[in-house]
Design a protein around this ligand. Structure first.
Ligand code: OGA
Ligand code: MN
Length: 270
């Protein structure tokens, strides 16, 4: 598959995700400006405070990128390792966030809604040619009209949100979630999840619905780290990626098959 040509001029982004200007789409090389982000990351007071706070419970932290299986986690709180790893690294990968049955039910609903044309092509601001930057179609969960399977996801997210508030004092008050379907060959160019005029998004949580995903099928979520490396998360059913919305640039690499996710943001009051 050839890489689509992409004009380096930043698009209009009013009120939408901040795409990183001047980056080529699906780029692999970390850019020179990464140093700036890295310095900002290292100086971030929240991270330092949390490392101190967690000094005596580091023993359970996962190595960077190691998936934390919450279904077999025997520590007192099932999310303890996830919250401490998030505090130290700013991101973590959780596996088996929901049961296989619950995950499959969400996948079935997402595909059925897609087939019924209930998902809408995502747009970046007023940019009409947004598909080069962002190729997914999305449908927001309606908080007062959740399907039972969406409710199961929302309950689990709320439990995690409570653990994050309890362990890390994040002051999360609610969340917003949408289904996303990326057709083969589409992705989402490198971006930050914080909205331009709104700091409410604190934690990005991306939950994957794709049964039997093979690495060779592509579609990784590429998370750019502070040390100018990146970590690729395979969008396998049951995997939940968590990261600090304000700090981690990321992109969705194109895949060779349909790729389904639930993108969720836990928010603070602003
Ligand atoms: C997003 C996003 C990642 C994914 O919607 O902002 O980065 O893997 N999604 O679906
Ligand atoms: Mn994103």
């Amino acid at each position: 598959m050839s890489t689509p040509a992409f004009d380096a001029t930043p698009p209009t982004l009013d009120g939408f995700d901040q795409l990183v200007a001047g980056r080529s789409e699906y780029s692999i090389e970390p850019p020179a400006e990464e140093q700036i982000k890295r310095d900002a990351f290292l100086e971030h007071p929240l991270i330092e405070a949390e490392i101190e706070l967690l000094d005596d419970c580091r023993i359970g932290d996962a190595a960077p990128g190691e998936a934390i299986d919450v279904s077999t986690n025997s520590r007192s709180g099932e999310f303890d390792i996830a919250t401490s790893t998030l505090a130290v690294n700013g991101w973590c990968v959780v596996s088996n966030f929901l049961s296989q049955t619950q995950t499959q039910a969400l996948a079935t609903e997402c595909m059925a809604m897609y087939a019924a044309q209930l998902l809408t092509p995502a747009r970046v601001g007023a940019n009409r040619a947004a598909t080069l930057l962002r190729g997914d179609s999305t449908r927001w969960f309606q908080p007062d009209a959740l399907s039972p399977r969406q409710q199961a996801f929302a309950d689990r997210i709320e439990a995690l949100q409570n653990a994050l508030n309890h362990d890390l004092f994040l002051g999360l008050v609610d969340s917003e979630s949408h289904y996303a379907v990326y057709r083969p060959g589409t992705g989402y160019a490198r971006h930050l999840d914080r909205l331009r005029n709104n700091d409410s998004r604190v934690i990005s949580a991306v939950f994957y619905l794709n049964e039997a995903w093979q690495d060779a099928e592509g579609g990784a979520l590429r998370l750019y780290l502070a040390d100018q490396t990146y970590h690729d998360v395979i969008p396998r059913a049951g995997t939940l990626l968590l990261f600090l919305s304000a700090q981690f640039e990321h992109e969705v690499l194109p895949a060779t098959r349909d790729r389904m996710s639930i993108a969720c943001w836990m928010r603070q009051r602003v």
